[in-house]
Every structure is written in structure tokens, then in C-alpha cells.
Design a protein around this ligand. Sequence first.
Ligand code: MTE
Length: 546
Amino acid sequence: MLLLNRAVVPGLRQACRLKSTPLRLCIQACSTDDSFRPHRPDSTFSGDSSSTGGWRVMGTLLGLGAVLAYHDHWCRAAQDSKPRIYTKEEVSSHKSQKTGIWVTLGSEVFDVTEFVDLHPGGPSKLMLAAGGPLEPFWSLYAFHNQPHVRELLAQYKIGELSPEESVPPTLEIADPFADDPVRHPALKVNSQRPFNAEPPPELLTENYITPNPIFFTRNHMPVPNVDPDTYCLHVVGPPGGQSLSLSLDDLYKFPKHEITVTLQCAGNRRSDMNKVKEVKGLEWRTGAISTARWAGARLCDVLVQAGYQLGETEAHVCFEGLDSDPTGTTYGASIPLARAMDPEAEVLLAYEMNGQPLPRDHGFPVRVVVPGVVGARNVKWLGKVSVEPEESYSHWQQRDYKGFSPSVDWDTVDFDSAPSIQELPVQSAITEPQDGDTIQSGEVTVKGYAWSGGGRAVIRVDVSLDGGLTWHTAELEGEKQPPRKAWAWRLWHLQAPVPAGQKELNIVCKAVDDSYNVQPDTVAPIWNLRGVLSNAWHRIRVHVTQ
Ligand code: MTE
């Protein structure tokens, strides 16, 4: 009924603008309005020509009921020519079915409560914008910005944003993070300062290539604002060799190399470890992982120009970022020289991400991309490269991003006893449905991602609907990747019948890589005090409606 009422509104408004309009006129206006296109994809409104007369009668009756019920209300509303004004705070308090679901576009406010279930991309996608602006989502999914979508949205308009609300907030000069870039509102923020955020699961596997604005972000310090015109990368040469000071233009002169690489933070899925026993670290869920097409100069080409030889092995390439804390300490990490000098390892000094200059959050203007290796070694805002006999002395190489036995605690941990994490173990996670969702009986579609470190290809993903008693094989999407160079994830899906009579499903996934490494079944035996390397079977529970 509400939908119908919305649909008749244009006609009613028109009629009510004429003061003391007879009710008859209102009905006429409604039933002849060409724009009356009910938006529920429901056979009741299909407009089948064989039964047009019957539908017309029913439509008129329904229209009459609607008009009687709402005539006064709409006439009053229509006579008040001023739009209702809302504050952003009011809008942001409307983000559930209980309160109503409001969104804004420009200065207009819309109540889309009735439309959420009809959203072609699924309710959860529209809910990401609930209580806030649609623009950031429309820029990500540009097909929305079309006349028919705007027309549809117009039916839900309830007012305007207060004009003062459009004044941008002022920056606090003393705040070291004040110059951080603006972020996409879809990101689930784990910490604001420094900024750490992950895309929500339903967006994470929407695309094989993660759009730049929702690529997970892991910052330890404020984002440096680097001037590309004066940017200079220092590459320390070998004894007797030459050091290089490379501008961006110098880097562009090296052969441009382009590869698709998945980056994953060592703390991805830390939240699962926290459930077993508290760990120290940000509460990453399944989204500290993303995939991009990176382009730049190969590190080995740059090192060769600085005088290093291909085939050199015994040393480490240390990277320093331009981001620093108040004491001037910069972010740093290292990888073995053997990997850096191996052309097949394809380590990049990347200046492009998905065909664009790197976004500021992801290392503008230059970052290291080390395929198959933990995110922490992919140093952003790269300032310096040097070859050293030891690993980087940075905190993040020596005192973090290492794995320990579950029996080690903060009183007994000896960071020198464990190697720094480089290649990551095999990983997978379910992104759809989500834990706690309700699904229909009949068939369930399960979606997710799988990836393994060191270029090991994912060869299979097993999915169970009964907690691991029985298994289905998921369909791997996309193409096979070259052996030993499977740098990017495989997305996967499974469509399977929901076992009859089940009220709840315990859905599990696990991936197998081409070394037949498989994820461990439970978290407890791999628990560690920093909550890194969390790759146990991913488990969710969903309710089934009959
Ligand atoms: N590089 C610098 N300079 N500073 C950082 O804080 N974080 C590291 C790595 N490189 C970091 C950095 C970590 S821990 C990860 S997981 C990745 O960047 C995250 O890269 P992203 O933010 O582009 O996703």
C-alpha cells in the first residue's frame, strides 16, 4: 500500500496544488499519470494486456483507497511549498528498518526504507550508505548515475539537508593526522588515527580487482604529503658502486612492469583469534586483504643500475618509508636480496595502482610491491633502499610481524627467536552470506576468496554446510595463474541445496594450495599473542527460513 501511495504522489501533488480540488480530480490525476510505474517487480503490477481491464478496476479501487486514506495528508504536505529541512545528524539516525532508512544525494534527503529489499544489488549494498551520502557509492558503482535511477530515487524524496550542513569541517592544524586523505565511507574503520580500515565482505569480492577507494588500508603513522615534483628515491649502491637519487621521471625510464598482486596484512582475520583468547592488535575481520593491478619499475632493474649483480644472495634489501612518528622514526622493513634480485619474483617499485597514480593512503608516489609476501614488507611512500648484511632494524621487522607458539605470552616472548614473516600461509574466507544472516531454504550461494603466499596457486576450495562433516567443491573463478607466480587471489562460489529441514547452517571453507598446504581446522593451535597468521577454516552460522 505504501508503495502505491508513493507512486500516486506526483498525481496527488499536482491535484492538490489547486486549492479545494475535488477528490474526483485527484483520482483522475492519479490514474492517468504516465509516470505511474510501480517499482516492485511483482506480477500484480505486470501490466499483462490480456487482463488490463481487471487490473484497471483493481488499480482504481486501490487508488481510491489510497487517496481516501492519504488525501488530507498529502494535500497538507503539498500546500506547504517549503521542503522539510533535516540535519545530517537526523539523517544519520535513520539507518535501520526500525528507525527508517534515509540517504542523501547532494542536498536532497530520501527515505528508502521501502526500497531496500528491492535494491537490485541486494539490500546489504544499499545499507552501506544508510544514514549518509550516496555519492561515494555511486562513484564506485558508476552505473547508478543515470536518469532512470535518479527518477526512481526521486519518488522517495522527503526533504532537503540544512544549507549550513554543507560547510566542510575545518582542519585542526595541530593534529598530525589532519592532512590525512578523505576516505571512502564504505570502509569499516578499525582505527581512525592512524587510519586502518577494511572493505565490508559484500564489497570485497564484488570485483576481482579491488577498486582503489575500498582497498584495505594499514597505516602505522600519519600519511605523508609527498610532492611528486621534488620526490627523490635514494638507492644506496654497493661499496665501490654508485648511489642513485631517482626522481619520478627517472623511475618512469625503467621498463614498466605490470602485475596483478593480492596484498594481505599479517593480521587479517585476527578477530577469530581474539575469540579464543585476547590478542594485541587491531580487530581485523576478513577484509585485511585486497587485489590490485600494480605497475612500476622492477626493483632488480634499479638495483642492477646501482651496481648490484643478479644472483647475489646473502643480504637483505631494506626499505624506509617517508612516514614518521613524532620522534622522527620512519616505517621500515626488508626482504632477502635473493628475492629482490630475482626477475621472476617481480618485486616492483610501483607508481600505479589500477591504472592510476598510487592513492595517498597506498603509498603515493612510490611503494614496494613484493608479490606473495606479507603486506608489512610492501613499504609505502618509499624514501630509501639499501642493501644490508642484516634484516631491517625497524620495529616492524624485528619486534612485530613474527609468529610464536600458543604457549608464548608477553612475559616470555623472545622476538629474536623467531624469523620475520615473509611468505604467508594459505588462506580463504567466506564473504557471502555473513555470520548471523538469514537465508531462504532451497538453495544457498556461498562466495569468498582464497589465496596463498609465495606464488603458490590455490587449487581447490572446499565448502561444508554442516560444520565440516561433509564437503562440496567450490567453483574457482577467473583464470589459472602461472606456476610459482600465482600472486593474486582466486574468487570462488558454490551453489548447493540447503539440506531439508535445517534451521541453521554451519558453513565452513578451507583452501588447498599447489603444495597441498591446507588451512588448519581450528584457531586454538595456531593462536599467537599478536594474532598474526590467522588462517584457520573460516566458519559462519546462518539461519534458514522455511
Ligand atoms: N609502509 C609504510 N611506509 N608505512 C606503513 O604503515 N604498513 C604496512 C605496509 N607498508 C605500512 C607500510 C602494512 S603492515 C601493510 S599490511 C601494508 O602496507 C598495507 O598496504 P595498504 O595500506 O596499501 O593496503
